[in-house]
Design a protein around this ligand. Structure first.
Ligand code: ZN
Length: 424
C-alpha cells in the first residue's frame, strides 16, 4: 500500500508532464549522483546534471574493496548533500523516483549508496528502484549522445560491453530478454589493459586512457613500421611475440562456446620483461613497440571473436543458426569503448554480413556513472511497472538474464504510477 506522509504529502499532479529521477551509483570506486527529467514516454530523458568523485588508487596499483567501502561512506552523503542543495531537492520539493545500483559489484561499495538511497526514499516517501549495473551500461545507447543525435538502437540489437570489470557481447531482444553471446573466460579487457600498462611502467588512475595516449604519442612513421612488423612469431627487431588468443589449430574455427580471453596478454608481457629486461629497465622504443602491439592484438582479438559470432549466428555464410536475425544496431559501451583504436576496428573490421548502425554513447557515459542507473531504473519502473522493496540487499554477482529473478520486486499500482510520472 502506498504510504502518504503527513509531513511530505504526495500531491497528485496528473498532467504535469514531467517527473524527476535521482540516481546514485557506487558499485566500484566512483561515487556518482545524477538528476534526470522525464518529459514524456516517447522522448529520451534530459540529463539535468551529474556529479562524481573517484577513489584515487594510483599509488596502491588497484582497487582495494575495503578502501572503496570507506571512500563511499566518506563521500556519498556529502556529494548528494551538495547536489540536492544545488538543485533544490528537499523534503518540500523531492524528486519523484529514486534509482540506485543494487549489483553486481563490491558489496561494501554497493551498500553505501543502497542504504543512503533507502533513507532518501523513506524520508521523501518515494519509490526506490534497485538497478542492475550492467543493464545501466547496456542501455546508455538509449540516452541522447553527440554522435547519434536522436537515433536509438531498436530491439533486437547487439551490445559490446567492454570495461575494467566485464567484457561481453550481449544480444538484447527486449528490456528483460538478454542473451550473453560471448563472455570472457578469464579477466576483462580493461583489467588486462590496466595490468599490462602498469607492467610497462605507465602510471595514473586511468591506465587505459594513459596507454591510448602513450600509443598515440608515437609518430606516424614509427607506428606504420610497428604495424607491419610480425608479432605472431616474434620475428621482429624486439624479439617480442604476442599471439592472438584462441587462434591456434587446437581451437575450432567455430567453437560451441565463443569466449574472449585477456589473461594471456599480461602473462606474455610479464614473461617478455623477465626474459629480456630482468636486470635493466625496458628501453623507450621497445616499450612503445610492446604498447602498440598490445592495443592492436587485444582489440583484434575482440573483433575476431565477434566475427566468429557473426558466422555462427549472423548473416555470414551458411553455418548460421539465425540467432541474430533482425539485428541492425550495434552498441559499444563501457570504459574501454572510449578507445579510438577499438572504435576504428569495429567500424572497419567487423564482418557482419549486413550493414550495421553503430552507437557509441558519449564518452562520459561510457565509464561508471549515475545517469545510466537513472535511465535503466526509469525503463524498469515504466515498462515493467515494478519497484524495489526497502529490504533489498546488494547483489555481488547478478547474472544479466536474472534481472527479475532477484527478490524484492514489488508491483507498482496504477495510482502510484500516475503519482510518480504525472501521466494518466
Ligand atoms: Zn561499470
Amino acid at each position: 500500500m502506498l504510504l502518504r506522509s503527513v509531513l511530505n504529502p504526495w500531491v497528485p499532479r496528473v498532467g504535469r508532464r514531467l517527473y524527476r529521477i535521482l540516481a546514485i551509483e557506487s558499485s566500484c570506486d566512483d561515487s556518482c549522483v545524477a538528476l534526470l527529467d522525464r518529459k514524456s514516454p516517447t522522448s529520451t530523458p534530459d540529463i539535468v546534471d551529474e556529479a562524481k568523485v573517484t577513489l584515487n588508487s594510483a599509488k596502491v596499483g588497484g582497487i582495494i574493496p575495503t578502501a572503496a567501502h570507506e571512500f563511499h561512506q566518506i563521500s556519498i552523503a556529502k556529494l548528494i548533500q551538495g547536489f540536492c542543495h544545488k538543485h533544490n531537492l528537499t523534503a518540500q520539493s523531492p524528486p519523484d523516483l529514486i534509482c540506485v545500483t543494487r549489483g553486481p559489484g563490491m558489496v561494501g561499495s554497493l551498500s553505501a549508496s543502497l542504504q543512503f538511497a533507502k533513507g532518501l526514499a523513506v524520508a521523501w516517501n518515494r519509490p526506490l528502484v534497485g538497478v542492475h549495473h550492467m543493464l545501466g551500461h547496456l542501455l546508455t545507447a538509449m540516452l541522447p549522445s553527440k554522435e547519434n543525435a536522436g537515433t536509438q538502437p531498436q530491439y533486437p540489437f547487439l551490445s559490446l560491453l567492454c570495461s575494467g570489470g566485464h567484457t561481453m557481447l550481449v544480444l538484447l531482444r527486449s528490456l528483460t530478454d538478454h542473451q550473453v553471446i560471448i563472455n570472457t573466460s578469464d579477466i576483462a579487457a580493461g583489467d588486462s589493459i590496466d595490468k599490462c600498462a602498469r607492467e610497462l611502467g605507465l602510471t595514473g588512475n586511468m591506465l587505459g586512457p594513459e596507454l591510448e595516449r602513450y600509443v598515440e604519442s608515437i609518430d606516424l612513421e614509427t607506428r606504420l613500421k610497428f604495424a607491419s612488423a610480425n608479432h605472431s612469431t616474434g620475428e621482429n627487431d624486439f624479439d617480442f611475440k604476442l599471439r592472438m588468443p584462441m587462434r591456434s589449430p587446437k581451437h575450432k574455427k567455430i567453437p560451441d562456446v565463443i569466449e574472449f580471453g585477456f589473461a594471456s596478454f599480461l602473462s606474455t608481457i610479464e614473461g617478455y620483461k623477465s626474459a629480456k629486461f630482468a636486470n635493466e629497465p625496458m628501453d623507450a622504443i621497445t616499450k612503445r613497440f610492446v604498447a602498440f602491439k598490445l592495443q592492436e592484438v587485444l582489440f583484434d582479438h575482440i573483433i575476431n571473436r565477434i566475427n566468429v559470432a557473426f558466422i555462427k549466428h549472423g548473416n555470414v555464410g551458411d553455418e548460421s543458426d539465425g540467432l541474430f536475425a533482425g539485428v541492425q544496431d550495434f552498441v559499444c559501451s563501457g570504459g574501454v569503448a572510449a578507445n579510438s583504436t577499438l572504435r576504428q576496428k569495429l567500424f572497419h573490421n567487423l564482418n557482419s554480413g549486413t550493414p550495421l548502425k553503430f552507437h557509441f554513447p558519449d564518452l562520459r557515459l561510457c565509464t561508471d556513472n549515475a545517469t545510466m542507473i537513472g535511465n535503466a531504473g526509469m525503463f524498469i519502473f515504466e515498462e515493467l511497472r515494478v519497484k524495489s522493496d526497502f529490504g533489498i540487499l546488494p547483489i555481488r554477482k547478478w547474472p544479466m538474464d536474472e534481472l527479475l529473478v532477484a527478490d524484492g520486486w514489488d508491483k507498482v499500482s496504477e495510482e502510484e504510477f500516475a503519482l510518480v510520472t504525472g501521466w494518466k
